[in-house]
Design a protein around this ligand. Structure first.
Ligand code: UD1
Length: 361
């Protein structure tokens, strides 16, 4: 039995791409750490992506990095002792990924990591620390891209690595047309296709410091001069904006702040937007796969292919860079043939096959 540990919004999407394929080859126990617990950050993803409900919930909730990681360690360790899995599977780079990996390593349990080898080179990002630790512990490192494989080779971890393509891309490709059909978000928010910009921000580096948060608001205001901005607000960002009283002023600038949206609504928004402006890794990729231009509010990206292809520009929180990127937006187009870079929709199957093969070794 493979024990899969997930806990955050993007991990629900990633596991949805793998779970069904994995269950054709091995039994799976799905453990939800509870790092994300709000229905709109958690339940709605399981429903819309037709995911099996978690077998166990650890209920760790919010807290500091130490609190979250410690809670996972203390609650997951006895579960591993009780259920005796053959291997543990983790996704991405969050505290849930880190907690799962540490428990596996201490229990001498084989550890597989999906989305291994992603690097930003910025150790001030909590996710970068999580990636480095998890990849140094994993026995099977499943890479989304050749860039990720090369990063692991550079760290002497190439032996454990295999390129599978990107599992999140599987879901974006499979659910894109479903979102177009089922989501009524454009009608609800009264948006014209290609007549709006969709914005998201949640990185601690962008929202926790009041000065940086001020620059972020300025960037959104600039974007709103090009087209109305729809801004589904992550809870972390909402509370920071409320603290400095900035939420009120957004509407006057043409920015519509809404609650976090489900997968189908966000997917439809991204696919029909004039442009995306974000600090999320997932959205950079989803915009690329839909051939929608993206402005990334970071100094670097793990998804370098999106930048090299011209669909993504790294603008940070620099008004001048934002202005020139907005002035030079490429025209959105049909589904990109470049989808192949990320595995062409077959990554989940390849991940499941690689895990099954590894377990019999
Ligand atoms: C986490 C991940 C990040 C990932 C993101 C996806 C880490 C270090 N970071 O960041 O890599 O991109 O998830 O969204 O693991 N909150 C709620 N309801 C919830 C969950 C959180 O209101 O269901 C609030 C809490 O006040 C919490 C804050 O949001 O303090 C931040 O949540 P947290 O889990 O600490 O990290 P994220 O910013 O979501």
């Amino acid at each position: 039995m493979v024990m899969t540990v997930i806990g955050n919004r993007p991990q629900f999407v990633k596991a949805a791409a793998v779970s069904a394929h994995l269950r054709e080859r091995a039994s799976e126990t799905l453990v939800h750490t509870g790092q994300h617990y709000d229905p709109e950050l958690s339940d709605v993803f399981f429903e819309q992506l037709e995911m099996p409900t978690p077998d166990r919930e650890l209920g760790i909730g919010s807290g500091s990095h130490a609190e979250q990681t410690a809670a996972i360690l203390t609650r997951l360790e006895p579960l591993v002792a009780e259920l005796e899995p053959d291997a543990l599977l983790v996704y991405g780079d969050t505290n849930s990924t880190l907690g799962g990996a540490l428990v596996a390593a201490k229990a001498s349990l084989p550890l597989a990591h999906v989305e291994a080898g992603m690097r930003s080179g910025d150790r001030a990002m909590p996710e970068e620390i999580n990636r480095l630790v998890v990849d140094s512990l994993g026995g099977l490192l499943l890479c989304s891209t050749d860039t990720a494989l090369q990063n692991l080779r550079d760290e002497g971890r190439g032996e454990q690595a295999v390129v599978t393509g990107d599992v999140m891309a599987d879901i974006a490709l499979a659910f894109g047309p479903i979102a177009d059909e089922r989501s009524d978000v454009l009608e609800r928010l009264e948006l014209e296709p290609r007549g709006f910009i969709v914005a998201t921000a949640h990185r601690p580096g962008n929202v926790d410091d009041p000065q940086r948060l001020g620059s972020l608001v300025e960037v959104l205001r600039l974007a709103a001069r090009t087209a109305p901005v729809v801004f589904p607000v992550h809870p972390r960002t909402r509370s920071r904006l409320e603290e400095v009283g900035a939420l009120e002023g957004l509407r006057e600038a043409g920015i519509t702040a809404v609650e976090p949206l489900g997968y189908l609504d966000v997917t439809r928004l991204v696919r029909t937007a004039r442009a995306v402006i974000t600090d999320s890794g997932g959205l950079q990729k989803e915009a690329f796969l839909a051939s929608v231009p993206c402005l990334t509010m970071r100094a670097e990206t793990e998804w370098v292919e999106t930048v090299e292809s011209g669909w993504n520009r790294l603008v940070g929180l620099r008004p001048q860079a934002v202005e020139s990127a907005l002035a030079e937006l490429p025209e959105p187009g049909d589904q990109s043939p470049a989808a192949e870079i990320y595995g062409g929709g077959q990554a989940g199957e390849r991940v499941a096959a690689a895990i099954a093969d590894w377990l019999t070794r």
